[in-house]
Ligand binder design. Structure first.
Ligand code: FUC
Length: 347
């Protein structure tokens, strides 16, 4: 196991460092101090060939102008918050408006665009890096001074675990995730339409035309039923209104029926790669990369829809306006922690 630290770039006077965690099988995860962004995950295909399975860029400048949140940690609140404000204990908190008058993924300068401190963590059988950040009271409109850390660890079972820990000096809201775009074909050789996905989820959130949660719906009889694995293409090419609304694909929260039980399994037939995700979180947002513009290249391939897909484990978007959803509030001075594990395998 090893951790290698490299210089990745500058933002004004500040240095951005890249950390590569590598296990004894040569699998590696590269992540940096800007936004805890995962730039690369090298995993073996069924013949043992190591290739990259996430979308990323090679320079800090590309990440600074990026609007896709490639590989980044999202916070304080993942997904959209209607009207960019919420009420807590009788006080209204206006938030940054950065998406059609709504708030998206933490605002104008969310956790994805700030530089985090980093510390290498070496433990038996694990290579890791812990990023930490202090988010002051009022940042992007959110109440409470918040100390937050994100720990990435890689082990010899080809498992990457992301652990989010946070504590605030006031009651506040929190919903963090990682926004990696997976593409198991390796080095973006193919798009993700023929990736097959299995989800232990019976219910999803229907969205309105601003992509905000409308109501809880049953997956039964729709392209949102992934209890038996099927391709992303099935939704992308379906005439089902919720798939059309998401730009011919998916941009929806799925409520998980179970946790730590192979609840999310993604596979790519040609390479033989699989990804199994297990989480503490109540939901996963499946976003099929439908807003990626046909504009230039990403790592040598034409940028386009479906080039990667996100499986964002998290609480429910806009939960601040839905008391019936699982709570998104965190109490004053109480440390909260959530973890998600990504196991890279072959079949
Ligand atoms: C996702 C989506 C959005 C968005 C973005 C880049 O999580 O929910 O619709 O466009 O990230």
């Amino acid at each position: 196991m090893k951790v290698v630290k490299e210089f990745f770039g500058h933002i004004n006077e500040e240095t951005v460092d890249l950390y590569t965690l590598e296990n004894d099988h040569g699998m590696s995860v590269s992540c940096m101090t800007l936004g805890c962004i995962i730039t690369k995950i090298m995993t073996p295909d069924r013949d043992g060939t190591l290739e990259n399975v996430v979308i990323g860029y090679d320079s800090v400048d590309e990440y600074l102008t990026d609007s896709y949140y490639l590989g980044a940690v999202i916070g304080r609140f993942a997904g959209r918050i209607a009207g960019a404000s919420f009420e807590l204990d009788g006080v209204t908190y206006p938030l940054a408006k950065n998406n059609n008058g709504n708030h998206l993924h933490g605002g104008l300068k969310g956790f994805d665009k700030v530089i985090w401190d980093a510390e290498v963590i070496e433990r038996e059988g694990e290579a890791g890096v812990q990023f930490s950040y202090f988010s002051p009271d009022g940042e992007e409109g959110y109440p409470g001074n918040l100390n937050v850390s994100v720990l990435y660890t890689l082990n010899n079972q080809n498992e990457l675990t992301i652990r989010y820990t946070a504590k605030s000096d006031q009651k506040t809201v929190l919903n963090m995730t990682n926004h990696s775009y997976f593409n198991l074909s390796g080095n973006l050789q193919r798009d993700t339409l023929d990736h097959s996905l299995q989800l232990k989820s019976s219910k999803y959130l229907e969205l309105n035309d601003e992509l905000l949660p409308l109501r809880v719906a049953d997956v039964q009889g729709t392209p949102f039923d992934f209890k038996a694995a099927h391709s992303i293409r099935e939704g992308a090419e379906s005439s089902f209104s919720q798939n059309k609304l998401a730009g011919e694909g998916y941009d929806h929260p799925f409520i998980l029926d179970t946790n730590h039980d192979h609840e999310i399994v993604l596979k790519e037939e040609q390479s033989g790669r699989s990804l199994t995700i297990e989480t503490d979180e109540v939901a996963v947002v499946l976003y099929s990369g439908t807003q990626i513009q046909e504009n230039g290249e990403i790592r040598g391939v034409p940028a386009r829809k479906y080039l990667g897909l996100c499986l964002e484990t998290q609480g429910l978007p806009d939960a601040v306006h839905h008391p019936e959803y699982p709570s998104c509030w965190i109490e004053k001075d109480v440390e909260v922690t959530k973890a998600t594990t990504y196991k890279f395998g072959t079949f």
